[in-house]
Write a protein that binds this ligand. Structure first.
Ligand code: ADP
Ligand code: ZN
Length: 515
């Protein structure tokens, strides 16, 4: 196989002036942690896997080498919007860059081919589909490529949360271009995914660079899913005039929530994949320019959006994976100033995820999805510093509690909950295990809600037995009984609460005679 290879522009006697390149082309004075090491590694022809949180500055890790190397750098990216933004930004800095994907017309393609032929381009962004189109790799071989960058590299792993089958074919790169270094970058990779990236791409002795995932300026909090709108009203009010994102798990959810927010005078709009492209860009631009304060969006929103002053990110629904969650909250406070993140946790959301998981045919994949959901639940239910949990997920050791999460700020106080447990468990038994968490709270509080009236549960002996404890506190207590294994949620049956053997035993131990 013939490889066109050109000599490096500088020899080792004249070290590359990387800072100079950075300042000249990007206007930045210094590299962020690890950027320099990564760039030096790559320009000397070695493979790398880079893990950096969203906003960490991954792009420069291949853009600066592209400028330092004499020849073409090919960037593989799965998202058309992302490519377009990056290419525009590069062109804005006077760097010759272009992208090839399905959105281009014939004339535009021709113009880019011409630039490639004349070897005037430094960076070419392509979608994986495009890379494997007939004859394209042959042509790249003729042109000579100095570096391949694979963005969003976790898409290659079927263990990851956004597997793209066409990414699997990328191992062909190392076959066809064994001498050309490959840098694979991602913001979302646990240990398994990381190993998978290097192996699937056939990287040769890659060095793995992991930059800290810690974002100390983001506060972390989890609230129960009941009465979400009231809580959102308070949060949005706290950040009046400032911008925030609310992630919902359905398109209808984004539309409903945005309308409700507009009703209370908040400048809010919705965003999801089914909007017309023109409308999508308008909403996105309005948000970036601050004309819009709150964007209610599905996860379709955010990739490639570079807005530094997002002051809060709210998850209206529980995300299915910690990676997804961390990437989404990572869009808050990119300017390094304090920003708030809030996750609403409800069993109904767990049920929705379980429902999707049940439909997955591949048993191995199903297992992965359920395991990832379990990790997300553990985070939401945590009684220890939440940041410690997040960072350990990304294999980072932390020794101290962070002081900027709800658990650190208001550590749990322990007390004997036997009487509370007895009241709740006995109501579960007396409802014949046909009761959901929120209706159980109604029963304990003595609230005549429609469900209570319909089932006649005002006649349950513990009806109103917990009236002196707030509904909010009851939710937290019942969640703990679930975590302690005294009751469990039957996700297949309207998330009704069921007694466990441990719960039966606890009830026997704590029940006063005759109850
Ligand atoms: P990622 O791809 O990791 O999410 P980006 O590469 O888009 O992050 O970088 C996030 C932001 O940080 C961008 O606005 C980028 O210009 C900026 N940035 C990256 N590196 C530096 C640096 N060394 N100095 C200043 N700003 C930087
Ligand atoms: Zn903490």
């Amino acid at each position: 196989m013939e490889i066109v290879s050109e000599p490096l522009p500088q020899n080792s006697a004249t070290p590359l002036d990387l800072e100079g390149l950075l300042e000249r082309h990007f206007g930045y004075k210094s590299f962020r942690p690890l950027q320099r090491e990564i760039i030096e590694h790559v320009v000397t022809g070695r493979d790398a896997v880079v893990l950096m949180p969203t906003g960490g500055g991954k792009s420069l890790c291949f853009q600066v080498p592209a400028l330092a190397l004499d020849g073409l750098t090919v960037v593989i990216s799965p998202l058309i919007a992302l490519m377009k933004d990056q290419v525009q930004a590069l062109q804005g800095n006077g760097i010759p860059a272009a992208f090839l994907n399905s959105s281009l017309g014939f004339t535009e393609e021709q113009a880019i081919s011409e630039q490639l032929r004349k070897r005037t381009l430094k960076l070419l962004y392509v979608s994986p589909e495009r890379l494997f189109q007939q004859g394209f790799l042959d042509w790249l071989q003729e042109l000579g490529v100095r570096l391949f960058a694979i963005d969003e590299a976790h898409c290659i792993s079927s263990w990851g949360h956004s597997f793209r089958p066409e990414y699997k074919q990328l191992h062909a790169i190392k076959h066809r271009f064994p001498e050309v270094p490959v840098i694979a970058l991602t913001a979302t990779a646990d240990r398994t995914v990381r190993g998978d990236i290097a192996a699937s791409l056939g990287l040769r002795e890659p060095r793995v660079f992991i930059s800290s995932f810690d974002r100390p300026n983001l506060s972390l909090a989890v609230l129960p899913g009941q009465d979400r709108f009231k809580a959102i009203d308070r949060i949005v009010g706290r950040h009046a005039g400032k911008c925030g994102i609310i992630y919902c798990n359905s398109r209808a959810g984004t539309e409903k929530l945005a309308a409700k927010l507009r009703d209370i005078g908040v400048r809010a709009e919705h965003y999801h994949a089914k909007l017309e492209p023109a409308e999508r860009s308008r909403v996105q631009d309005d948000f970036i320019q601050g004309k819009l304060h709150v964007i209610c969006a599905t996860i379709a929103f955010g990739m490639g959006i570079d807005k530094a002053d997002v002051r809060f990110v709210i998850h209206y629904n529980l995300p299915g994976t910690v990676e997804g969650y961390y990437q989404e909250i990572g869009r808050a406070g990119r300017d390094g100033k304090p920003a708030e993140t809030i996750l609403f946790y409800s069993y109904a959301d767990v049920q929705t995820h379980m429902h999707f998981a049940e439909e997955i045919e591949d048993p191995r994949y199903k297992e992965v999805i359920i395991a990832k959901l379990d990790r997300m639940k553990e985070y939401a239910e945590a009684q220890v510093c939440r940041r410690t949990i997040l960072l350990s997920y990304f294999s980072e050791e932390t020794v101290e509690a962070c002081g900027n999460c709800d658990v650190c700020k208001d550590p749990p106080k322990y007390f004997d909950g036997a009487v509370l447990a007895q009241k709740a468990l006995s109501a579960v038994v007396r409802s014949k295990e046909q009761i959901s968490l929120s209706v159980l709270v109604d029963v304990l509080k003595g609230t005549y809600s429609p469900e209570v009236n319909e089932k006649g549960w005002q006649r349950i002996k513990t009806f109103g037995a917990g009236h002196d404890t707030s509904a909010f506190a009851w939710i937290l207590f019942i969640q703990q009984f679930i975590q302690l294994g005294l009751i469990e949620v039957d996700y297949r049956e309207h998330h009704h609460l069921k007694m466990t053997p441990a719960g039966e035993a606890a009830l026997l131990l704590t029940a006063p005679c005759g109850s």
